[in-house]
Design a protein around this ligand. Structure first.
Ligand code: TEU
Length: 571
């Protein structure tokens, strides 16, 4: 079926992690004025939408994902006037701006929660989920960032425990209460009226709780991402009712883009969120691709040998198929919750760092899904791989460390795993130049700068035609100029091949063959995707091509896109 067009389907999204992007006042924390000062860099990429992580008032226990006032800007980030200016400047550059909205939970410092904690009779008590002590032990729920793994925390004044899926400082809002929902819709409208063009809705799949509180198997580390947790946490009975209500009360009145962060959601459930007829949301960011390669039932621990390309192809192909003609996908290879894209999916050694970054970007920018580029990836930043727990700032890593230590677990193994998977790997300051602190700050950076900034930085790549940065710019221009790369049908080739990811993007009379070698060795392509007659190579991260009897010999991490115009093969 032919895709219906929409601006957000054609867009490339650039994610800015504000505290690590650019510090304008020397306090070591990136801020709004810092972002404004670097808008030329962002717009030079050719992206359409800038997504910024939370900049609301927050005690910052989870880097802003614990909001204490939804209508205020956190002083470390700047002022409301700075934010107004950012919105205006982004618009002047012909881009749109979307913000993170964290409405599954608030901070424990939010006025609603402080009131709620004072007494059971306080009207705000019912803004949260409580388990009164006279009912005995609360039913097991996992607190993802809790040092003891517990999802309930006792509060003396109310003689009851409140629910928190993340840390105890992030109490979950009670969406059963219509007043809570109205408050939240009001907040969404407030920001849309300020000129915000849409939202990334944080952990939105968790908002509806089954308040019959069914039994969930208690496990220590296991219910984090796998097993049956998704069933209880991400598929609450009223989830879609709430999302439809939100559409009716908010989205319907604006031309905004709505993106669900969707932990726990599988391909066959995606259309429940994004099928246009259901009037819910525009896109979901799923976790199936990004979590592939981790050992099920372990906390962010990679399989020996890393991810399996066949499995990865299968996941992305399933998602494409599920959404075909019904909804629309999104694609990301890194973000603020993940290690660096190159370290995760490519090769971060000097020899292959740039090549694999370019190969991964070719993938990201030639799939049928809106691509998300995470800041720093466009210059090929890599994991910092801290050796000391003190270097980590992330609540997730710190608390998990404590949890493992307290239970007599293997902390050394944990530290090793974190070098691959910790969120702080993706949060180190942006490497602008070879100046002190990579040009990020004049002060002491809140998180250490990766010492490789002298080699990897934006300034060095700016005028180098063969840099990752300029490769990304080229790919974005290409995606914009070839509709087949946005809307064209995706057809997987060589599904069983363990090293090559190959596919067609096919539109009427136009077709692109994408060939990606995901390994550090040379691979001879099977005949199925041999050199197409009359094809033109439009992407190549090597200076030339190698072939043998009309078959491609792909160099380590080689990426090729070959365009076949007037394509007559039917899709
Ligand atoms: O993440 C939601 C989520 O599901 C996390 O458990 C995520 O899987 C985890 O960070 C991976 O290690 C969102 C935000 O993106 C994250 O930064 C916040 O910490 C979290 O919500 C709580 O608000």
């Amino acid at each position: 079926m032919k895709e219906r067009s929409a601006w957000w389907k054609e867009a490339v999204i650039y994610q800015v992690y504000p505290r690590s992007f650019k510090d304008s006042n020397g306090d070591g924390v990136g801020d709004l004025r810092g972002i404004i000062s670097k808008l030329d860099h962002i717009s030079s990429l050719g992206v359409d939408i800038v997504w910024i992580n939370p900049v609301y008032a927050s005690p910052d226990r989870d880097n802003g994902y614990d909001i204490s006032d939804y209508r205020a800007v956190q002083p470390k980030m700047g002022t409301m006037e700075d934010l107004r200016m950012l919105i205006q400047k982004v618009h002047e550059k012909g881009m749109k701006i979307i913000i993170d909205m964290v409405i599954n939970h608030t901070s424990d410092d939010h006025a609603w929660f402080r009131e709620a904690c004072s007494s059971r009779d306080n009207p705000f008590y019912s803004y949260y989920h409580w388990w009164p002590e006279e009912k005995g032990e609360p039913p097991h729920r996992c607190g993802f960032f809790d040092p003891a793994g517990k999802g309930w925390h006792y509060n003396k004044a109310t003689r009851s425990s409140y629910l928190h899926y993340f840390s105890e400082h992030q109490p979950d809002l009670n969406w059963e209460n219509p007043e809570v929902r109205e408050q939240l819709y009001d907040i969404l409208r407030y920001w849309l009226d300020k000129g915000i063009d849409g939202f990334r809705l944080d952990a939105i799949t968790f908002i509806s709780k089954d308040t019959r509180w069914p039994y969930v198997t208690p496990t220590i580390l296991k219910d984090r991402y796998y097993g049956d947790w998704g069933h209880y946490y991400a598929k609450g009975p009223r989830l879609h009712e709430y999302l439809q209500e939100m559409h009716e009360k908010v989205w319907r009145h604006y031309d905004a883009v709505t993106i669900a962060e969707a932990p726990g959601i599988k391909a066959d459930e995606a259309n429940l969120f994004v099928d246009t007829g259901r009037k819910e949301l525009n896109m979901v960011c799923h976790f199936e691709g990004i979590m592939s390669g981790y050992i099920p039932s372990e906390f962010k621990k990679m399989q020996p040998g890393g991810y399996n390309l066949k499995e990865l192809k299968n996941i992305y192909t399933l998602w494409d198929k599920a959404l075909d003609g019904r909804g629309w996908g999104s694609l990301y290879l890194g973000n603020h919750d993940q290690p660096r894209m190159v370290s995760h999916w490519g090769h971060d050694g000097v020899e292959y760092r740039e090549l694999s970054a370019k190969m991964l970007f070719t993938f990201l920018l030639t799939m049928r899904a809106t691509p998300f580029i995470y800041n720093g990836d466009e210059i090929g930043m890599v994991n910092i791989k801290f050796e000391n727990i003190e270097d980590y700032q992330d609540i997730e890593t710190r608390h998990m460390y404590r949890r493992i230590k307290d239970s007599g677990g293997d902390v050394d193994a944990f530290m090793k795993d974190q070098q691959l998977a910790a969120r702080d790997n993706g949060r180190t300051p942006f490497q602008w130049s070879k100046d002190v602190n990579a040009g990020f700050t004049m002060g002491k950076p809140w998180l250490k700068v990766n010492p490789n900034y002298r080699q990897i930085n934006a300034a060095a790549q700016e005028n180098d035609p063969s840099s990752v940065l300029n490769f990304v710019r080229y790919l974005i221009r290409l995606r914009k100029s070839i509709p087949a790369l946005v809307y064209g049908k995706y057809e997987l080739l060589l599904p069983e091949h363990p090293h090559i990811y190959a596919y067609y993007r096919r539109a009427e009379g136009d077709c692109c063959l994408v060939l990606l070698n995901f390994t550090s060795y040379e691979v001879l392509c099977p005949a199925d995707c041999s050199i197409p007659l009359g094809g033109e190579i439009i992407v190549n991260n090597y200076p030339g091509i190698r072939e043998k009897d009309g078959r491609w010999r792909l160099q380590p991490y080689q990426a090729l896109v070959c365009r076949i115009k007037n394509d007559t093969v039917s899709g």
